[in-house]
Each structure stands twice: as C-alpha cells, then as structure tokens.
Design a protein around this ligand. Structure first.
Ligand code: GLC
Length: 735
C-alpha cells in the first residue's frame, strides 16, 4: 500500500529549510503552489497585540491594534479558579479570530522563583500545581475557539536579568518538582499547539537546542506532538536547534538560517529526515488556520474583563471598614485611582480598547493625586493636599502601587518596596484619616511593613486589566465579595526570600541553590515568618471547614473530602487547599508541605458545600535522581487542609504502601545501604559470617560507620570473605 500523500515529498530541501523559520516577525512562510498557507501568530497572554507591518517588535515599542486587555496572569493565578482563566482565554480566542490570528503566544507558566522578577505579572504563581491548572484551563479554552496556544517559556526562565544568555543551573530533582510540572500539566492535559522554548540556558545548554528538554522530556516522556517554536531571537545555532527538537525559529532571519540548514544537509552534517520531522510539525500548524471570524463586541468583553477581574483581587486585611456603604463620605487619594496601572510592560502589552479607572467607576468622592507616577511634582504639597482631604472624610482609600517604569519584561526589580513618596503618603494620611484603606496595583509582590499596621484594610489588586478600576469599585463597595487568594507569598523582607542569596546570579550563571524550597515551600520549611502566606485571602463573609477525611485508594493515591460552611451573612467563594507534607524520610530533601489539590467553591450564606479532591500518585511522590523516576516512599504521609500554606485547619496521616525501591548495590553503596537493602539486607550479616560485621551492624555502632562504602568493609574482611560472595549478592540487586 502506498503511503498517503505527504506534502514534504514535493518540497525541495531549500523549501523545507525555509519553512523552519518565520517569514517575518508574526507569520510563517507559505508555499502557494503547494497549497501551504502562512500561519499568523501574535502576543499575548492577556490580550491581542496585533501589529500591522511592524518589524520584529517583540517589546511592544510600536503601536498595535486596539484589543481588550484582560487581567494578566498574576490576577488569574490569584483567582485560584480555572474557570476564570478559561473565560479570559475563550474571549481572547474570539478576538484572535477576528484579527485573523491563528496562534496566541501564551500562557506564560514560569514559576515565580523571586518576587523581583520583572515579568512575574505575566506568570501565575510560585507554585507549579496552581500554575499548571490555570495554564491548562487557559489552553483548553483558547484552543476550543480554534486558536492555537503557545505555552511559554520552556523552561526555567525565571528572571529577566541576562535572560538571553544566562544559564539556569538547576538540579534535576528541582527541575522535575518545581520548574517543569506546570509545562507537563499543560502538555498532558491540554495538548497546546506549540511550546515556546526559552531564551536562557539550562545547565549550560540553550533551551532552543536542548535535546534533553525538547525531545527526551517534552516528547519522549510527556508525549507532546505539536511544534516547538523559539522565543523571538532565541536560536543561536539553527542546525543544533533542529537536531535537538526545535521546529520553528521566530522571527524570520531573512534566509540565513535556512541557508545554514541546507548546507548542513548537503554536507551530511544534518540528516534530511530531521528536517522532514520539523517540517511536518510546522505544516501541521496550518490546522489552526481559519477564516476570519465575526467582529467582536468590545463592550461585552469589557464587561467580562470587569466581572473576572473582581474574582482575582485579594483582600489581605480588613478591620470591618470594608465594604464601604454608598453613603460613606470617601476621600480617594492616589494618581493610580485616576491613571490606573492594569498590565505590565513588554511583549504582552495590549493597546487597550478602553480603560476604566476607579474614578470612572464611582461618584461623589473627593480626589487628590497624592503623588505623581513619574516622580515629578512637589511631594510635600501633594501629600499636604491629600492629608487635608483625608481628614475631612469618613474613610480614605489610597491607591498605591508600582508605576510603569518599576517593572516590565526585560529587567528585574532590585527592591520590593513601594516608591518612597507613596510610603510617606500612606503614613501621613493614615495619621489624619479616621479610617484608611490601601488598594495596591502591582505586578510583582510589594512589601507592606513600613505602613501595614497604620491602615485598617488592604486590597491587593495586582494588575487587573483594562476594567480593573470598575472591578475595584465593585469590591470596595461590596457589589462583589472578594474571593482571591495569594498565589505568591508576601514576605516581610526581600532578604527573607529563599532565592535571595543567588538571584539573579552573575557572569552567565544563576544557581538555583534553594532547590525545591521556592516560595512558601521555603518559608514554611525554613520557618521564616511572612507578612501574608501563599493561599491567604479574606472575604466579607466567614467560612468554616469541617469533616475533613482522607481515604487511601491503593498503594499511592487517595481522595480528600471536606465540607465548607458559609457562616456569614453574604454569599461568597472559598478556596479549599489540600497540602501534603512530612513525608517519610527518604534519600532527598523535601519541603515541609506542598499544595497538592485545590478547588474554589461558591457557598450561599448559611449553606454548606461538600467537596472531594483526588490526590494522585504525584501528590505523594518525589523525583529520585538515581532512578530517574518518581517514587512514593512507603510510610506515613500527612494530608493537610489549609486555609493558606501556614494555617492548617485539619490533618490526617495516611499510610501508603508506596514503592518498594530495589536499588542496585555496588561496592560504592554504603554498608548501611547494604544492610537496609530489601533483598540482600536480611541475611547479609549471616552471609558474611563475621563477628566484626555483626558488631558493626548494632545500631549504636552503625550510626558512626554506616556511611562506609562497602569496598572498605570488603577490604577489612580480606581473605575471611567467601570468594565470589559479594559479586553474587550484587548480581541479585541488578534491575
Ligand atoms: C518576547 C517574549 C515572548 C513573546 C515573544 C514575541 O521576547 O519573551 O514571551 O511572545 O518575544 O513577542
């Protein structure tokens, strides 16, 4: 039987090579006489940035068409609700279709290793499960509209400093447990059209030409079948990239890369079958092409952006001053109330179809700017005006946050503080105002220590998209009950952050020395106090959880159950968080607790809802470096119901049979490892027929000599050792 027609049969090597890099910054090469259409891609994760005939402007320095700016990932992560991520993605898919865009370059699922990373606004969380669940929901919903996704930036792109060269030096257990799982979940659960390889190196090898990453793991282990596209300008060696598993270099290089690929094939340096493999994946992207769809109702999308943004903000502190009554005499202080900050800078920057500030959304308030966003003006006079205004009001709401210039793609921050003028303003106003509420607009975490105790309520808005002002009004006046939870810890000080000692590295390397102790994993394991923990968030109602139980299913899985009661006067949503911790002792260091399941539930006032959360094998597993596989250690595991990562409301210890690991013994294995080995250990002392060994095996002696390599024991026993015994015993342990 002849194999089905394959377009590649009709392509010359030159044509194949040409297809493997872009035609320009946003489209792939068509080959009209073969019916190969061009595919159009566009940023970005929280709204379309379509540029008309713009050069490779991947830092949004030039204009783009108006589009809806939805809440960026920092907000979607804080919603803890995959439905919110999905509804944003579905709307972006519709807008992409209206623009004739076939693939949207998002979501970004990189882990927030340090709160200083300038691009944290574009990522979901410090936790891989929350990042992966939100990312997969986004991809599924986007692709359901017929528009492809590009999950990025694969992998370990956790800083902007020297991002195009730096080597992220990360051990494999940390990669597997922290920096890869969000990508793994998106690939396995949502099958994205593309994966975007990152700029940086991983352990010295550029992501764009890292075969272990792009082929062995991504395709060999996770079963990815789409195309790997480079970040813009991230390919250093197109031949090495194709060989490693990269399929499409973006943007185009004017034929230079194609020429190098042709030369490599002609010289025999690159097998044409490798070219064919990449070409097949690039051609398959045409499946995401569709005719331009109907125009979009931008007003409806604005209303949607406002509704979803209100589900993202996090109420950190409230002494009861919130929600505001409509009749309350309110002073609004802060330029950010008039000139809102609602997205981050760089390639994701949307030319918002409209913006809605807080002042646009409210009436009958007294406003004073209090500060300027560019640092000009007279701070003393601005502050004095604000203080006078606040003194005459019942409640003062201060809008504070990070001005545009403080954070963006392309650079990292060096401090977690708000601008000094804003800190001075908050302290001065809080002294004069009867009641003070602070509303924050920031993509990266800011510390609160200098003014936290001076104010009565704090609403962390992060960046909420073009309708964020309206969403904040709905939250402050109680039209919407806050339901966000922190997807990233708010530390007391920068120096307390687990990555502080090694971020952002230098001279081409950044060492991920904190290993798996990232974010709350670090603060809880190292017992470092924080201002507000991962998972924290208040409501205008109160919730109680009860009847927490855990049922073990088989050797390495379980299901957790609990009931959430709304014990207050208002409807609201609560986030049930299940952590697993205190695992049995094993061969590697593990965090004190890790988020392993969560769900956000709406509970009407006075009612209760029961929830069930599955805990799969990976909820209990660690990555074993020797076995290069996941292992569940037999023994007791603690399953914990958390109100946040530090407030554990209930705990159940479960016994898991787990995995009986039979490790191969060698002469480098320690005496203790020989004694504890499931096959060889039980009879070892008798087999060796030695009083010395029998004595050494006594616990009080073993503690001191257990780490002795077996070779030393063999040397000590010398001729007393039966010939061939050790080899026989070792052969019993070979897999
Ligand atoms: C940028 C970003 C990437 C973006 C691409 C295209 O440098 O790293 O996220 O999608 O280039 O603008």
């Amino acid at each position: 039987m002849t194999r089905p027609h394959d377009a590649r049969d009709e392509l010359t090597v030159e044509q194949k090579a040409m297809l493997l890099s872009g035609r320009d910054s946003w489209t792939t090469h068509p080959i009209d006489d073969l019916g190969i259409a061009s595919v159009t891609v566009s940023d970005g994760p929280h709204g379309l940035r379509v540029q008309d005939d713009a050069p490779a402007d991947n830092l949004a320095l030039m204009a783009s068409r108006p589009a809806t700016c939805f809440p960026p990932a920092v907000a979607l992560g804080s919603s803890w609700d995959p439905a919110v991520a999905a509804r944003v993605a579905e709307a972006i898919g519709r807008e992409a279709r209206s623009f004739g865009v076939d693939i949207v370059l998002g979501p970004g699922v990189n882990i927030k290793r340090s709160p200083l990373c300038g691009r944290n606004f574009e990522y979901f969380s410090e936790d891989p499960l929350l990042s992966g669940v939100q990312g997969a929901a986004y991809v599924r919903a986007l692709q359901k509209t017929g528009v492809g996704a590009s999950v990025k930036h694969f992998a370990a792109n956790n800083q902007e400093t020297d991002r195009m060269r730096v080597s992220a030096d990360v051990d494999e257990q940390t990669l597997r447990e922290i920096y890869l799982p969000a990508f793994e979940r998106v690939v396995k659960d949502a099958q994205p059209a593309t994966v975007m390889s990152a700029y940086n190196r991983i352990n010295g090898v550029y992501a764009s030409q890292n075969r272990w990453l792009l082929t062995d793991v991504l395709r060999g282990e996770w079963g990815f079948t789409g195309a790997v596209v480079s970040d813009w300008g991230a390919v250093h060696d197109p031949v090495a990239a194709v060989r490693a598993g990269l399929d499409l270099e973006m943007p185009g290089t004017g034929g230079r890369s194609a020429a190098r690929l042709v030369e490599a094939v002609r010289s025999g340096d690159l097998d044409e079958t490798e070219l064919d493999r990449a070409v097949g994946r690039v051609l398959a992207l045409a499946a995401w092409r569709a005719e331009k769809a109907e125009e979009i109702d931008l007003d409806a999308h604005h209303r949607l952006a406002r509704e979803l943004a209100a589900q993202c903000a996090v109420l950190l502190k409230n002494d009861g001053v919130l929600p505001l009554a409509p009749s309350t005499r309110v002073a609004v202080i802060g330029e950010l109330a008039r000139t809102p900050r609602f997205q981050g800078g760089g390639s994701s920057r949307v030319n918002a179809a409209r913006t809605e500030s807080f002042l646009d959304a409210v009436t009958d308030v007294d406003f004073r700017p209090g500060y300027t966003l560019d640092g000009n003006g007279d701070p003393d006079r601005l502050r004095a005006d604000a203080v006078a205004c606040a003194a005459a009001a019942e409640v003062t709401v201060i809008f504070a946050g990070l001005p545009e210039a403080e954070e963006s793609e392309g650079f990292d921050r060096t401090t977690l503080e708000l601008p000094a003028a804003q800190i001075d303003l908050i302290k001065a106003v809080a002294t004069a105002a009867p009641k003070t509420v602070v509303v924050l607009s920031n993509g990266g975490i800011v510390t609160l220590e200098e003014w936290h105790d001076d104010v009565d309520a704090i609403l962390e808005g992060f960046l909420l998209g073009q309708a964020g002002g309206g969403a904040l009004a709905d939250l402050l006046y109680g039209v919407v009950n806050p339901s966000g939870r922190l997807a990233e810890t708010i530390p007391r000080r920068l120096a307390h952050t687990p990555s502080h000692a090694t971020f952002p590295g230098g001279q081409g390397h950044v060492l991920y020395g904190e290993r798996t102790l990232v974010g709350y994993r670090g603060y809880t394991t190292l017992d470092r106090p924080v201002r507000y923990p991962f998972g924290h968030g208040l409501s205008y109602t109160t919730f109680e959880t009860k009847d927490f139980s855990v049922e073990v299913l088989g050797a390495d899985t379980a299901v957790a159950r609990t009931t959430v009661a709304n014990t207050g006067e208002r409807d609201g949503s609560h986030v049930v968080q299940v952590y697993v911790g205190e695992p049995p002792a094993g061969p590697v260091q593990r965090p004190r607790r890790e988020l392993r399941a969560f769900t956000k539930v709406f509970v009407p006032a006075g009612q209760e809802v029961s929830v069930e959360l599955p805990l799969d094998r990976r909820a209990f597993a660690y990555w074993d470096l020797e076995l290069s596989d996941w292992v569940v250690t037999p023994g007791e595991h603690s399953v914990q119901l958390g109100r946040d990562s530090e407030t554990i409301e209930a705990e159940v210890s479960v016994h898991l049979d787990g995995d009986v690991v039979v490790r191969e013994l060698t002469l480098d294995s320690t005496f203790q490892e020989w004694l504890e080995h499931p096959i060889v250990g039980p009879t070892l002392v008798d087999d060796l027929k030695s009083d010395l060994v029998r004595d050494a095996a006594q616990p009080h002696i073993l503690r001191g000599i257990g780490s002795l390599p077996m070779q030393k024991v063999v040397n000590l026993l010398g001729d007393n050792l039966p010939a061939g015994l050790i080899d026989t015993l070792m052969s019993k342990t070979r897999r």
